[in-house]
Design a protein. Structure first.
Length: 87
């Protein structure tokens, strides 16, 4: 997988279409992010470079409540590519 701005935008779209707000702020995040679940806000460390942002979102997306049926076709495909297939 390549860590590009395009990949980052796809991942941000998945989160946004799931009803979450993605914000980049400064702070002391041990994991690179902070979730405010009741407000559906995801705060990522703004000092992370593109690769760090992508890796953080890859860690975060499986922890979010995402209904893949409500995603746009493009976001749904990206979501299916990112999530592991369980047998």
């Amino acid at each position: 997988m390549k860590y590009t701005e395009s990949m980052l935008e796809k991942m941000e779209r998945i989160v946004a279409e799931s009803g979450y707000i993605v914000r980049y702020e400064r702070g002391h995040f041990q994991s690179g992010y902070c979730m405010l679940e009741h407000r559906k806000v995801v705060v990522l460390n703004k000092f992370l470079q593109t690769e760090g942002r992508i890796l953080t979102l890859m860690d975060l997306i499986p922890k979010l409540t995402i209904n893949s049926e409500s995603l746009s076709p493009e976001a749904k495909k990206a979501y299916e590519d990112l999530t592991p297939k369980y047998a």
